[in-house]
Design a protein around this ligand. Structure first.
Ligand SMILES: Cc1cc2nc3c(=O)[nH]c(=O)nc-3n(C[C@H](O)[C@H](O)[C@H](O)COP(=O)(O)OP(=O)(O)OC[C@H]3O[C@@H](n4cnc5c(N)ncnc54)[C@H](O)[C@@H]3O)c2cc1C
Length: 661
């Protein structure tokens, strides 16, 4: 059993009693800042991109996996593929449930322990193969992807693997590998992107042997069937029996779902992912042994964010599947369907969409595989790459899904069951659009991802500028910081003027893709210069220029995807020469398309409607344009409050938790 130790100040940036509905923006910032990993011990390719130092050698030659990982990974994929062929995504969609026998079959294959080390009964797969397995299962039905990634990327196994004590590892990991489904419970009705508002509490017992957990957790993926869950709750400041005072703070606990006092009050239903077992879970006076606490008191959010550093790659892996499937359907359908005398794919308007899907599918693959290989090799810091992969892949795959619906015309809007019922191929294009949409919201919404990446990406700028960019600093602090920073910038800025991208011989080993990499190099320096100008112009207010920062982040994301695509094409040419030509074509097509987007973002940095939009949104929120809303009936009025009451207390609802094995 791990004994309680006093929490370091960094774990508890604001007093636990300040958390909850009264938490301010400064509290939210302080809590997220404290949970950030601030060390950069290993090189980061993406961070360099934002600082004008594009180093292709960090992502080229393509990182090579260990032969043993490949051998075990391929053998597993072969078994999994056979099993996946026996499952039906249509059954999951129709019943809005993953059948228990599918879960049993997957469990037998060891799927619930894919990422768990072999010494604890797992398969010990690399991130690359874990992602490929998710993609394969996601192609049967994305709810399978959600089940597995909620369990393994954020559920019990990963935080226990990284932060657990030896006893916790021995206790939980073999259970998880053997099929005990788990979940991760952070969100509450009043806590979405802002953990400072957390209302769930875990009060230590007098003897220090346990905590009493109270609160309501919302949107718990797997929560309806989970056997074990990770719960985030606020431990109040307290003094233990030995007289040691503890600061408390947001803390992570592993909780057995059969503990008395837990009620799954609702099974939530969504526009997509119809098979997920997502619930509202109420904890009322639930006794959790102190031995179940993960890490220190106050370390919960750090555990959550660290888990997500590479855990975020599961969603890009699932996006890879959607890119591949969309390409297949677009190709087959656009050849088969003839209108106005030609297959629809031969009309330019449709052809452009097909080209977009093909090029983006190649880049989706490159972005996931590169990030995962880098993470597996362990030599590079992939925090920013994984975050960029999550942001970029979810945005572009939604665009792909939307274009596929358009290419399919009326059939794109029709459900697979309806198509089948009237004798046509059951292509679930509308379902894909619905299923993918949530990826831009959960595990960090796109807006939050942009803030998070901007924070990391301009870290060096902020560090150099010090108080210049701190909202709290006094004017004299800022003046002092400006003097210090000007020394840094005096040395750094000239480096951003010239680089390899201006020499037509650079990156020659990439053949026709060399010019794309030269563009990336030039754009990386331009990006750093523009960030610097933004800092100079807005200083401490830069933090609030979300539209500006968002474009900075999006430019970096496209540049990362371009570099990944070029490196992957070069690797394919070297290892599978017969595909080299077409890989180069796709990489080039992607880079050309991405360049148009990059140029648009650069242009919009300084030519935009941000200020006007700010004013319009202010007036909308003030109700100045309410007259424009007349003439419609809002059927949601009177149906309930915007945010459900989450006052702690006993449940009056039926417990919907169910056993699946
Ligand atoms: C199907 C599904 C499964 C989920 N699974 C889980 C799970 O397993 N475990 C879990 O803990 N949670 C889960 N969630 C919750 C999910 O992670 C949250 O929905 C997500 O964190 C966003 O929070 P929110 O929905 O409350 O949005 P809010 O935080 O209320 O945000 C509303 C909007 O404002 C934007 N916004 C918020 N703050 C800012 C800001 N500072 N700057 C700019 N924009 C901002 C957001 O991007 C969003 O567009 C799930 C949700 C769903 C729908």
């Amino acid at each position: 059993m791990s004994s309680a130790t006093d929490s370091p100040a960094a774990d508890v940036p604001i007093a636990p009693e300040k958390m909850g509905p009264e938490a301010t923006a400064a509290d939210a910032r302080a809590i997220t800042e404290a949970a950030r990993e601030t060390q950069w011990d290993r090189p980061s390719f993406a961070k360099g991109l934002y600082l004008g130092s594009f180093d292709i050698n960090l992502v080229h030659p393509w990182p090579e996996a260990q032969p043993d990982d490949i051998e075990r990974g391929e053998a597993f994929m072969a078994r999994l593929t056979e099993y996946c062929k026996t499952m039906s995504g249509r059954v999951i969609e129709r019943d809005a449930k993953i059948p228990d026998e599918y879960i049993a079959g997957l469990s037998e294959l060891g799927v619930f322990g894919m990422k768990i080390p072999r010494e604890y009964g797992g398969l010990g797969l690399s991130l690359v193969y874990y992602g490929r397995a998710l993609a394969l299962m996601g192609s049967v039905h994305p709810s399978l992807g959600a089940l597995l990634s909620a369990h393994q990327s954020i559920g019990v196994p990963e935080p226990v693997k990284v932060f657990g004590t030896p006893e916790q590892k021995r206790g939980y990991l073999p259970r998880c590998a053997a099929g005990a489904i788990t979940a991760f419970l952070l969100t509450e009705p009043d806590v979405g992107s802002d953990p400072a508002r957390m209302g769930s509490t875990a009060v230590p017992s007098d003897d220090g042997g346990s905590y009493i957990l109270d609160g309501v957790k919302l949107w718990t993926t797997n929560g309806v069937i989970a056997e074990l869950v990770v719960v985030m709750a606020v431990v109040p400041a307290h003094t233990d029996a030995n007289g040691t005072s503890h600061k408390g703070g947001i803390t992570a606990f592993v909780v057995e779902m059969n503990s008395p006092g837990i009620t799954v009050e609702n099974r939530n239903a969504f526009m997509g992912l119809r098979g997920i077992e997502n619930g509202v879970t109420r904890f009322h006076q639930v006794r959790v042994p102190a031995a179940n606490r993960l890490g220190r008191e106050g370390q919960g959010l750090k555990i959550a964010l660290t888990t997500l550093n590479t855990g975020r790659l599961s969603i890009p892996a699932l996006c890879v599947a959607s890119g591949r499937w969309s390409l297949k359907i677009a190709r087959e359908w656009s050849n088969a369907r003839t209108q106005w005398g030609r297959p629809v794919g031969k009309h330019e308007a449709v052809g452009k969409k097909i080209a977009f899907i093909a090029a983006s599918a190649f880049a989706l693959d490159a972005v996931f595989e590169l990030s995962a290989e880098l993470a597996d090799s362990g030599q590079k810091d992939v925090r920013i790459e994984a975050a960029l992969a999550k942001l970029w892949s979810t945005e572009i795959s939604c665009r792909i899904a939307d274009e596929l619906v358009q290419i399919r015309g009326g059939r794109g809007f029709e459900t697979a069951d309806s198509l089948r019922a009237r004798g046509e191929r059951a292509v679930a294009a509308e379902q894909q659009l619905r299923d993918l949409r949530i990826n831009r919201i959960f595990e960090g919404s796109s807006e939050i991802m942009r803030l998070l990446i901007a924070r990391e990406a301009v870290d060096a700028h902020l560090a150099a500028a010090g108080d210049l960019a701190s909202a709290e600093a006094s004017l004299s602090d800022k003046a002092r910081a400006a003097v210090g920073a000007s020394g840094f910038y005096a040395k750094w800025l000239p480096k951003l003027v010239a680089g390899a991208g201006m020499d037509p011989r650079s990156y020659g080993e990439f053949g026709r893709l060399a010019k794309q990499l030269r563009f990336v190099e030039r754009s990386s320096r331009r990006l750093a210069r523009q960030t610097f100008y933004g800092m100079g112009r807005w200083q401490a207010k830069l933090e609030h220029k979300q539209a500006f920062l968002g474009r900075i982040v999006d430019i970096g994301a496209e540049l990362f995807a371009m570099a990944a695509s070029c490196s992957r094409a070069e690797m394919i040419l070297r290892t599978t020469p017969e595909r080299g030509g077409s890989a180069y074509e796709l990489a080039e097509a992607f880079c050309e398309q991405a360049r148009v987007r990059v140029d648009e973002y650069f242009d919009q940095l300084w030519r935009n409607t941000d200020d006007g939009d700010h004013e319009v949104s202010r007036r909308v929120l003030a109700g100045d344009y309410e007259w424009l809303e007349a003439g419609v009936l809002d059927q949601s009025e009177g149906t309930g409050p915007w945010i459900a009451d989450a006052t702690p207390g006993a449940s009056s609802r039926e417990n919907l938790h169910r056993k699946y094995r």
